[in-house]
Design a protein around this ligand. Structure first.
Ligand SMILES: Cc1cc2nc3c(=O)[nH]c(=O)nc-3n(C[C@H](O)[C@H](O)[C@H](O)COP(=O)(O)OP(=O)(O)OC[C@H]3O[C@@H](n4cnc5c(N)ncnc54)[C@H](O)[C@@H]3O)c2cc1C
Length: 554
């Protein structure tokens, strides 16, 4: 397989092995977690050969080819070898326990996510600057996005080229997506070639981190290509259990590699925690940094009181719709049996094209829930596949069709993630608290009606034989109930170690953990508001920018 996979193989079987830090415990920077943020931070901090950088990752190597075939996520996201699976507290009127999935492998969640490349809008970042966080406004973040991108649409004032991260658009003929784009246009939405360009009502093919039919994870973009740096050390299958504090200053981490005993790795300058929105607050709390009552309940002594660790979590809640079509063919019918999968798999191996070569959702739209909204507050994503609704996993239906998922872009409900016990293995307490605010329910209630309007305006309307959930779910209350009962979280949680200008905010505007020294958090957990959509691109750009801040302070 080409590009990203070859680089991973070389890194896995050669590059890192010679520089595992077994006899060596002293570094300038220790980075925890090799996900979207950690790979970027390790790359940038080790650019200067004078910095000795250690990157520790709980998961294993990313050598499984299914981590590189874009549609391989169907297999990997349900594989405990590559994932954390966290049960939530009961959700919705039925009190269902749901599962939050996150990546636990080199590359983190970007090794198995849907690959959609959605940056958020200028207004999201300018709002950060306006709340007293200079340095995170649109001019700085646009600079970071342009620097990381190698965009196949080419360089422009808004796009970068030549950066480490390939971004491309789905290729090939897809009559279902084309029909939906045309319908969106007929309703007044702009047909966007680059859906990251602008903050108006728009629809278009979704940009994705895919390079000629192969997934590009944060590891393949930022980590594997720099495996030969003598000052960058990588240890996978290594879980950081605790931060090591000297008073309130963090001087290292205690970690355990699979099959080995605990070790302490010292950081002369800083520990940078990049463990993601769920694991970052848990690591802080296990180390005594957090809310006293939470720490007491988990049996952990307080080292630094920080009232918002694990609080203010923002996760989007999806409403799903599926339409069955009376046509033979389409993407579902190219993959919904073993012989067809083998045939398409062979085609993919030979050409890197076809349905296996595209990301989770091919089409994305942004629209306003009401004319009063000053910019889109709903994201809709469409996939030209129909799922088997009698199956709890990702199994394709026996018939042709397409799938729609819509969610509020910037929910105002806040949930929490806290320790369930003092040991790293103890399951966390995830309280998603979806759709608790009036505003979130109002926005959610509008979503199905808009999606149905798109379908009705499309050339597919006369071919549609059945819609799930159907006409019984139409009133605002029914749609909200449907979202809570049959929808789901969308893997984009942020905010559990949010940055802010106040003493009670977990990290300051330079992402330093308040009340401590030598400790920063750089990952999705630091966003205090949702960056309007998907979170991989914002997290990688934030990490790029954070590295500049860290290096400038040296
Ligand atoms: C199934 C799924 C689909 C998604 N689809 C999309 C999408 O299409 N587009 C998009 O933009 N976003 C998507 N996302 C979200 C996006 O991938 C994440 O928001 C992003 O990766 C977050 O980056 P992060 O660095 O904060 O955390 P992660 O990328 O999750 O990385 C955290 C890393 O830290 C490691 N770690 C955790 N604790 C420890 C510890 N104690 N010691 C050592 N290592 C540790 C983990 O193993 C992991 O590798 C999806 C996420 C998932 C799970």
């Amino acid at each position: 397989m080409s590009g990203p996979y070859r680089t991973a193989l070389r890194a896995g079987f050669g590059g890192w092995v010679s520089r595992r830090p077994d006899g060596d415990r002293e570094f300038d920077y220790v980075v925890v977690g090799a996900g979207a943020a950690g790979c970027v931070v390790a790359n940038r901090l080790s650019e200067d050969a004078a910095n000795r950088v250690l990157l520790l990752e709980h998961g294993g190597a990313d050598l499984d080819p299914r981590l590189y075939i874009p549609k391989g996520f169907v297999f990997t996201i349900s594989n405990p070898r590559y994932t954390y699976r966290y049960p939530t507290l009961p959700v919705g009127p039925e009190g269902s326990v749901e599962t939050w999935i996150r990546g636990r492998v080199t590359g983190g969640s970007t090794a198995l996510n849907g690959m959609m490349y959605s940056r958020g809008a200028a207004a999201d970042y300018d709002a950060l600057a306006a709340r007293g966080l200079p340095g995170w406004g649109w001019p700085e973040m646009l600079g970071a996005f342009r620097a990381i991108e190698d965009h196949r649409l080419g360089e422009s004032a808004l796009r970068g080229s030549g950066g480490p991260l390939v971004v491309s658009l789905p290729h090939g003929v897809d009559t279902i997506s084309d029909a939906l784009v045309a319908a969106g246009e007929s309703l007044g939405w702009r047909h966007a070639t680059d859906t990251n360009d602008g903050d108006d009502e728009r629809i278009g093919r979704s940009p994705a981190t895919i390079d000629r039919g192969v997934r590009v994870s944060a590891a393949s973009a930022f980590l594997h290509p720099v495996r030969n740096r003598e000052n960058l050390f990588y240890r996978d299958r290594t879980r950081v259990g605790q931060l090591v504090l000297d008073g309130s200053r963090v001087v290292g981490v205690q970690a355990r590699t699979a099959g080995d005993g605990p070790r302490v790795y010292c950081a002369a300058r800083e520990v940078v925690v990049c463990a993601g929105t769920v694991q970052t607050p848990l690591l802080l709390e296990r180390s005594g940094i957090g809310r006293p009552e939470v720490l007491a309940a988990a049996g952990v002594d307080v080292a630094v009181e920080s009232p918002n660790v694990g609080e203010r979590v923002i996760e989007q809640r999806a409403v799903n719709m599926q339409v069955r079509l009376r046509i033979r063919g389409g993407h579902t019918e190219r993959l919904n049996s073993l012989p067809k999968q083998l045939w398409e798999g062979l085609g993919y191996l030979l050409t890197r094209r076809g349905p296996n070569a595209s990301g989770g959702y091919d089409l994305v739209c942004h629209f306003r829930s009401s004319p009063e909204a000053d910019r889109p507050d709903v994201q809709g994503i469409w996939s030209p596949f129909a799922l088997d609704r009698d199956h709890s996993g990702l199994k394709l239906a026996g018939h042709s069709g397409f799938h729609f998922t819509g969610y509020p872009l910037r929910p105002s409900t806040r949930g929490s993630v806290h320790l369930g016990g003092p040991a790293p293995e103890d399951p966390p307490v995830v309280n998603a608290r979806y759709l608790e605010t009036e505003e979130d329910r109002r926005v959610t209630a509008t979503i199905l009606e808009r999606a149905r309007r798109v379908v009705a305006a499309s050339a597919l309307a006369s071919l549609a034989t059945e819609e799930f959930p159907g006409p019984d779910v139409s009133s605002p209350a029914e749609v909200v109930r449907h979202a809570l009962e049959a929808g789901g979280g969308i893997y984009h949680a942020v905010g559990s170690a949010a940055m802010g200008p106040h003493d009670t905010d977990v990290v300051d505007g330079s992402l330093r953990v308040r009340g401590t020294g030598g400790l920063r958090v750089v990952d999705a957990s630091v966003f205090p508001e949702h960056p309007s959509g998907n979170t991989a691109a914002p997290t990688m750009a934030l990490a790029w920018r954070a590295s500049e801040v860290i290096l400038a302070e040296r």
